[in-house]
Design a binder for this molecule. Structure first.
Ligand code: ADP
Ligand code: ZN
Ligand code: ZN
Length: 813
C-alpha cells in the first residue's frame, strides 16, 4: 500500500521572496521534518532549502521532488518560523536568505556551473565560425574550464543563460553542475571504551596494561587524550581492538570556544532597588509578553539583576537569551554567567570559528544549554521556549546590522519575545530615545536602578574648555594641564587611567603644506589616516593603503602636515609623558588578531596596564574597579555627524565612558575636554542627566517629524558609473513621487526626501545616492515599498547600479 505523497513548504537559500512546495519521495518521508535542510532542484540548479512545514498550496502537476535531506536533526525549532516570516516581511528580505543569515555559516551546498570548451568549439575558434561574443567566451575557456560566474566577471558582461544553452546545443561547449559548499561540519573524534569481554590482561605489555587501566578509570576516553598519557596509544589500540579488549568508535565532540575554566561564584544579596526590579520583572515571566526598559545608572548592578532573572527562568523550565553589543563585553558577561551557571551557557558571536559556532548552535538546538550569550546575531539562537530575552546596553548602535539583512537585534528581541510570549528586558544607563519614548507611550514598562551598588557615588565630571588651548603647540594641546595632573595623582595612588578618543590612527587629516590639499583616498571621498605602526596611510572605509613616504598627489611636495588626532598618537604621547607607566591601546587596529582583545582586558583586570587608550570600544559596559580616572580627550568628534541622532549618540558615548570611572571602593573622576562646552549634549553628559537630554531631543524630533515620531526607510543607490548612478537615483525618485501623487492615501502619510547624494558621495569606487522615505507609521511605508519593490521591479533593477532597502536606518552616511 502506498501512502499519499507528502508535500512540504521550502524556503530556498537564494534571493527569492516566495516559498515553494516540493514533494518528498517515500524513502525520505520519515526524515523530512521541519527545520531541516533539503537539497532541491531549482531552475536548472540544485540548491539548499529549509523545510518550513507541511505545504498548504498544492498543484501536484508542477511539483518537483526533494533530492535529499541534508540534516540528521532539525537546525531550528518550528517555533522560530513565524519569527523568520516576520523578519522577511518587515525588512522585505527573501525568507530563505533570512534563515541563511540566522544559521551558522558554511553549511549550505548548491550547484556551481562549470563550463568546458569542446573539440568542436576549438575548431570553431580556429575556423572563425563563432560570433564575436561566442569567440570571446571560447577564448576564455581555452586554457581551462571555468565557473560560469567567473566567466561573467571576466567578460564584464551579463551572459544570458540562453546563450550558454545555445552554445551547448551546438556542441561548442559543455556545461556541468557540481555541488559545492558544506564546509562547516560536525567534528568527530575517535574514542575507546572497554568491551568487557576480554579481561585477562595477563601477559600484556606495560603500555597496553596502562591503556586498559586508564580506560577503566575513565569509562570512555578520546584517543587524543589517551595519546597525551601513553604516546604509543594510537598504534596499540588497534591491536587491543583486534584482541577484543576494547572497541574504537567515533563520537561527535564540540569545539571549545571557552579558554580557561572559571571559579564559581555565589549570588549577591540584592540591594533593595535590585530586588524590586527582579520581582517586578519576574511577575511577568511565564507565558505573557511584556517589554521592560531597565534604566540603571552605570555600576548599579544590572548584570546581577540579569543573572537572578535568568536563574528564575531556568528554574521554570525556560531558556534565556542575552544580547551584548560587543565581543569584549560578551567575554565579560560570559565569565560572570559561567561563574554562576557553569556548563549551561553557550556563546554565539563573530569571533568564533564557523565550526565553533556550529557546535554552540547544536548545543542550543539539542537543549543541552539553557542560556545563550552573544552579539546581535544571537537573537537567532534556536531555543524552543524562551522565557526572557535580555538586551544589555540596548542603545548601542552595533545592534544594527549594516549589510545584507539590515536588521536591528534590539527590535527583533522584542518581536521574538512577543511571538513566543516571553519577556524582553532592555537595559541601559543611557537608553535610546526610541525605547524611552516607548515607556512614555506605555508600550514598554520602566524599571529603575537609581543608585550605584553600595551607594558608591557617580564619578565627578570636570569639563575642560579646549578653546583656551587653541594656540598651544604640541602635547599640551590635548593632554591639558588639568588632565596631566589628574593622571599623575591617579598613577601615584596605584590606580588605573582610561583615555578615550573616538578615532583611531596617528593623524586623521594629513594635509600637504605646499598646496593645502588633503591626502585623500583614491577610491573614496574621504581623507586617509596616517597609521604610524603600519607606516602607511589607510582609508577607514575601503581599506586602501598608501606608503607613508608618498608625496602629495596634487603638487608632488613631500611636506605633509599631520593634522587630526587619533588614538595611536595619544598612546605615543602618553608614553613620553609617563615613561614608567604601562600603556596599552584598544581599538580596531590592536584587536584584529584573535585573542588580542582578551589579552588587553586581562591586563586591565590584573593591573599590568596602568593607562589604557581606546576608541568607543573602551566606552561600553566594562567593569574594572581600579579605573578611577577617565580622560575624554575630545568630546566633540561625534557631534558633527550628518545624522539626526548625533546628539543622542554623543550623550550616550560620553555618559557611558564616564561610567567606567570609580566602579570600585575609590570614587571616580572624569576630565571631559571639549571645544563645545555649551552644547546641550555635552552639558547633559557632564551632568549625567538623561532626562534633560531626552526632554531637549524629543522636542526637536517631534518638530522635524523624525523617529520616534515617524518610521523611516532608506533606499541606497550605488554604482561605479557616476552618471548612471545619478540618473538611476533620479529615476527612482521620480517613480516614488509619481506613486505618491497617484495614490491619495500616500499624500498625507508619506514624505519623500531626496534623491540626494550621500554625505560621503563615494566609497570604494562606488558613487552613492539615497532616498529617504518617512511615514507616520510602518503600514503605509510598507505598502509603498511593496509597490516600488515588487510591482516595479524592472524599474528598480538596472545593471551596474545597486539598490538596497534599509528599513529603520541607523547610519545616515
Ligand atoms: P552595571 O552593569 O549596572 O554597570 P554591574 O552589574 O557591572 O553594573 O555591577 C557593578 C559591580 O557591582 C559589579 O562588580 C558587581 O559584582 C557588583 N554588584 C552588583 N550587585 C551587587 C550587590 N547586590 N551587592 C554587592 N555588589 C554588587
Ligand atoms: Zn600638494
Ligand atoms: Zn577608501
Amino acid at each position: 500500500m502506498t501512502s499519499p505523497p507528502i508535500y512540504i513548504e521550502v524556503a530556498i537559500a537564494l534571493p527569492v521572496h516566495n516559498t515553494y512546495t516540493y514533494s518528498v519521495p517515500e524513502d525520505l518521508s520519515t526524515l523530512a521534518t521541519t527545520g531541516k535542510r533539503v537539497l532541491v532542484p531549482f531552475g536548472r540548479r540544485r540548491v539548499t532549502g529549509y523545510i518550513l512545514g507541511p505545504s498548504k498550496e498544492i498543484h501536484p502537476e508542477e511539483i518537483k521532488k526533494v533530492l535529499d535531506i541534508l540534516d540528521e536533526a532539525s537546525l531550528f525549532p518550528s517555533s522560530m518560523i513565524p519569527f523568520f516570516r516576520w523578519i522577511a516581511a518587515y525588512y522585505m528580505y527573501p525568507i530563505g536568505d533570512v534563515i541563511k543569515c540566522a544559521l551558522p555559516g558554511g553549511l549550505n551546498v548548491c550547484d556551481d556551473h562549470i563550463v568546458t570548451i569542446k573539440a568542436k568549439g576549438e575548431g570553431a575558434l580556429v575556423k572563425n565560425l563563432a560570433t564575436p561574443l561566442e569567440s570571446k567566451i571560447l577564448n576564455l575557456l581555452t586554457p581551462a574550464p571555468c565557473r560560469l560566474k567567473e566567466l561573467r566577471k571576466k567578460l564584464h558582461k551579463q551572459i544570458p543563460n540562453s546563450l550558454i544553452y545555445a552554445m551547448e546545443g551546438q556542441g561548442l561547449i559543455e556545461h556541468t553542475c557540481k555541488l559545492k559548499g558544506g564546509t562547516t561540519k560536525p567534528k568527530v573524534e575517535r574514542y575507546v571504551t572497554l568491551t568487557g569481554s576480554n579481561m585477562s590482561v595477563h601477559g600484556l605489555s606495560d603500555s597496553r596494561k596502562k591503556i586498559i587501566e586508564i580506560i577503566e578509570g575513565e569509562g570512555e576516553i578520546s584517543v587524543r587524550k589517551l595519546k597525551a598519557r601513553v604516546p604509543s596509544a594510537p598504534n596499540l589500540i588497534k591491536h587491543l581492538e583486534t584482541d577484543g579488549f576494547i572497541s574504537i568508535f567515533h563520537k561527535r565532540v564540540y569545539r571549545d570556544p571557552f579558554g580557561e575554566t572559571i571559579n564559581s561564584d555565589i549570588p549577591h544579596n540584592l540591594t533593595q532597588e535590585q530586588a524590586t526590579v527582579v520581582s517586578t520583572v519576574m511577575a511577568s515571566m511565564g507565558g505573557k509578553f511584556s517589554t521592560y526598559l531597565l534604566t540603571g545608572v552605570t555600576g548599579s548592578g544590572k548584570t546581577e539583576v540579569y543573572m537572578q532573572l535568568a536563574a528564575k527562568a531556568i528554574k521554570d523550565g525556560y531558556s534565556v537569551l542575552i544580547l551584548v553589543p560587543e565581543i569584549a563585553l560578551i567575554s565579560q558577561m560570559e565569565r560572570r554567567f559561567r561563574a554562576r551557571f557553569g556548563e549551561r551557557v553557550a556563546v554565539l558571536h563573530s569571533a568564533l570559528s564557523p565550526g565553533e559556532r556550529y557546535d554552540q548552535w547544536t548545543r542550543i538546538v539539542r537543549g543541552e544549554v539553557a542560556i545563550a550569550i552573544g552579539a546581535r546575531s544571537a537573537v537567532f539562537a534556536p531555543f524552543k521556549n524562551i522565557g526572557i530575552i535580555i538586551v544589555d546596553e540596548e542603545h548601542d548602535t552595533s545592534y544594527k546590522q549594516d549589510s545584507g539583512l539590515r536588521y536591528n537585534a534590539r527590535d527583533l528581541a522584542v518581536v521574538r519575545a512577543k511571538l513566543q510570549n516571553g519577556v524582553a528586558l532592555l537595559g541601559s544607563a543611557t537608553p535610546s530615545l526610541q525605547s524611552y519614548y516607548n515607556v512614555k507611550i506605555n508600550k514598554f514598562k520602566e524599571v529603575t536602578l537609581k543608585n550605584r551598588v553600595e551607594k558608591r557615588p557617580l564619578p565627578e565630571i570636570t569639563m575642560v574648555d579646549l578653546r583656551k588651548n587653541r594656540d598651544v603647540r604640541g602635547i599640551q594641546r590635548f593632554i591639558t594641564p588639568e588632565l596631566h595632573e589628574a593622571m599623575k595623582t591617579t598613577l601615584a595612588h596605584g590606580k588605573q587611567v582610561l583615555l578615550f578618543l573616538n578615532r583611531r590612527g596617528f593623524a586623521s587629516y594629513p594635509v600637504c603644506s605646499a598646496c593645502g590639499e588633503a591626502i585623500q583616498c583614491k577610491n573614496c571621498d574621504i581623507s586617509l589616516t596616517l597609521h604610524q605602526t603600519a607606516n602607511a596611510y589607510k582609508c577607514h572605509y575601503c581599506g586602501f593603503t598608501r606608503a607613508a613616504v608618498s608625496n602629495c598627489k596634487t603638487c608632488g611636495s613631500s611636506k605633509i602636515r599631520l593634522l587630526g588626532l587619533g588614538t595611536e598618537k595619544v598612546e605615543s604621547t602618553v608614553k613620553t609623558l609617563f615613561p614608567d607607566a604601562a600603556v596599552a591601546r584598544m581599538d580596531r587596529d590592536t584587536t584584529r588578531r584573535k585573542g588580542s582583545m582578551i589579552k588587553i582586558l586581562k591586563g586591565l583586570r590584573n593591573q599590568t596596564i596602568d593607562i589604557l587608550v581606546g576608541t568607543q570600544m573602551v566606552a561600553k559596559g566594562h567593569d574594572y574597579p581600579n579605573i578611577t580616572l577617565v580622560g575624554i580627550i575630545c568630546a566633540d568628534l561625534s557631534l558633527n555627524f550628518p545624522d539626526f541622532r548625533a546628539s543622542e549618540r554623543t550623550f550616550q558615548l560620553l555618559a557611558q565612558v564616564a561610567g567606567r570611572a570609580g566602579r570600585g571602593a575609590v570614587p571616580g573622576k572624569v576630565i571631559l575636554q571639549t571645544y563645545n562646552p555649551d552644547h546641550s549634549s555635552i552639558l547633559h553628559a557632564t551632568a549625567q542627566d538623561f532626562q534633560a537630554l531626552y526632554n531637549d531631543e524629543i522636542g526637536f524630533r517631534k518638530n522635524l517629524n523624525y523617529p520616534p515620531f515617524s518610521r523611516m526607510v532608506q533606499l541606497k543607490i550605488s554604482g561605479k558609473n557616476k552618471e548612471k548612478t545619478r540618473n538611476h537615483a533620479q529615476a527612482l525618485g521620480d517613480l516614488c513621487f509619481n506613486l505618491k501623487r497617484n495614490d491619495r492615501s500616500f499624500l498625507r502619510s508619506l514624505e519623500i526626501l531626496g534623491p540626494i547624494e550621500s554625505p560621503i558621495p563615494k566609497i570604494a569606487k562606488h558613487y552613492r545616492w539615497q532616498i529617504l522615505l518617512k511615514g507616520k507609521n510602518v503600514k503605509p511605508l510598507h505598502r509603498f515599498l511593496h509597490k516600488i519593490w515588487f510591482e516595479n521591479r524592472a524599474a528598480i533593477h538596472k545593471p551596474g547600479v545597486q539598490v538596497v532597502l534599509d528599513v529603520d536606518p541607523f547610519f545616515m552616511t
